[in-house]
Design a protein around this ligand. Structure first.
Ligand SMILES: NC(=O)c1ccc[n+]([C@@H]2O[C@H](COP(=O)([O-])OP(=O)(O)OC[C@H]3O[C@@H](n4cnc5c(N)ncnc54)[C@H](O)[C@@H]3O)[C@@H](O)[C@H]2O)c1
Ligand SMILES: CC(C)[C@@H](O)CC[C@@H](C)[C@H]1CC[C@H]2[C@@H]3[C@H](O)C=C4C[C@@H](O)CC[C@]4(C)[C@H]3CC[C@]12C
Length: 369
């Protein structure tokens, strides 16, 4: 919705607003959206930092709720002009059952769509994922691809499957009539691997390295490139899309956009070392220290252990068949579709994104349990 000088009158709802990305979206909206009158933050688990946001000019309404409960979603959406739907279960480590992943990511998204229709909310921005595209089950590389690059998007894992179904629901809902007779305008954003302040997996790698005497051991060839994007730029793209969706509904409605910035193309492990290196860790090996077949065997062992231990304890290591396959498959994007369609340019340079992430890791935040 285009920026204008009038008095703040808009009501935004951010689902998953207390998550890694959600928090950055909430803070970015408060900084960058002058027409905001009320910002509703909807999440299963509300965070204490929300309280500090309630002292500003914008009314910040914390709503503890569950996207799988349609009535809770409808109540939160009622009266909102824009919904930014980031809530979801992000799990490729076997921590959450496939049923729950589907319930939250697919049925939860359907609940958000139906709430927009019932309540007359016209603008819905959905956080999708690169994984809607790939890497696919054949491990085919996606090298510097864009939104139109042909690629066989076939998935078996519950998480990418759920994201693909959710994205499809959102795009198909574009143009539906909402209460009041106007139409719903939807858009899906596909971040690649997001990094930045609050990235739990980066924190896990940091702690693993500290436990191993300041060392991490290379498991993936340096030649396998993985696209990464800074959380602040992902948040900025969400804010920009929400702002422009009304004026550019014909162009943007029903569209998908990869989230991108100037973060360099590197292997997943080498990219992490851009932040973990300055924090005192080093990556041992210029090539994988273990042969691939042995890594595959270890992932199978981890899968067996997870299954055996499940009745007693949750064992969910970073290394499993899916994460090894993902890390070993090139997936990078090169596109300017967001710039062409709604003038997106990254708000944070690579240098600033890197510095902010390092500061966070080095601070009490990054190393906290
Ligand atoms: N982290 C990444 O690299 C990445 C990349 C691409 C896309 N995404 C997408 O971005 C979104 C946010 O991911 P994230 O990395 O911030 O994860 P996260 O787990 O930090 O945040 C997800 C938030 O959703 C909330 N949530 C979960 N189930 C809910 C429910 N039933 N009802 C209400 N709230 C619920 C959680 O409490 C959490 O605050 C997800 O949709 C994810 O698929 C993440
Ligand atoms: C143990 C080694 C093999 C190590 O290199 C494994 C890395 C592995 C944990 C990550 C490699 C690729 C990551 C995924 C990717 O960045 C994109 C994602 C999409 C997003 O929607 C959610 C997160 C993720 C699935 C991300 C998760 C960690 C990796 C699998």
């Amino acid at each position: 919705m285009a920026a204008c000088a009038e008095a703040p009158e808009l009501v935004y709802l951010v689902t998953g607003g207390c998550g890694f990305l959600g928090e950055h979206v909430v803070r970015m909206l408060l900084e960058q959206e002058p027409r905001l009158r009320e910002l509703r933050v909807f999440d299963l688990r509300l965070s204490p930092w929300l309280e500090e946001l309630k002292t500003g000019p914008v009314q910040v309404t914390a709503i503890q709720g569950d996207v799988t409960q349609a009535h809770e979603v409808a109540a939160a959406v009622s009266g909102a002009h824009v919904v930014i739907h980031t809530a979801g279960v992000v799990d490729v480590f076997g921590r959450v059952s496939p049923e729950t992943i589907y319930k939250v990511n697919v049925q939860g998204t359907q609940n958000v769509i139906e709430a927009c229709v019932q309540m007359g909310t016209r603008f819905l921005v959905h956080t999708s994922s690169m994984e809607v595209v790939g890497p696919n089950i054949k491990g085919q590389p996606f090298h510097r691809g864009d939104e139109d690059t042909p690629y066989e998007a076939v998935h078996k894992h519950p998480y990418p499957q759920s994201k693909a179904q959710a994205e499809r629901l959102v795009l198909e809902a574009n143009g539906r009539e909402v209460r009041g007779g106007l139409t719903l305008v939807t858009c899906a954003l596909r971040p690649t691997g997001i990094y930045g302040e609050g990235h739990q997996i980066m924190r896990d790698f940091y702690r693993q390295g500290l436990r191993l005497g300041g060392r991490l051991f290379r498991a993936v060839p340096a030649s396998v490139e993985h696209g990464r994007v800074y959380v602040g730029n992902v948040a900025w793209m969400h804010v920009l899309v929400a702002r422009e969706l009304e004026q550019r509904a014909a162009l943007m409605g029903g569209q998908v956009y990869f989230c991108y910035d100037q973060s360099p193309y590197k292997s997943y492990e080498d990219f992490n070392m851009e932040f973990l290196g300055p924090c005192g860790l080093r990556l041992v090996g210029t090539r994988p220290l273990l042969p691939h077949w042995l890594l595959v065997l270890l992932t199978a062992l981890n899968t067996l252990l997870q299954w055996l231990l499940r009745p007693l304890v949750l064992y969910a290591p970073l290394l499993n068949p899916y994460t090894l396959a993902m890390a070993n498959t090139t997936f990078t994007v090169s596109t300017n579709k967001a710039q062409r369609h709604f003038g997106y340019k990254p708000l944070f340079s690579w240098e600033v994104s890197r510095a902010r992430t390092i500061l966070w890791l080095q601070g009490k935040e990054g190393s906290a349990q």
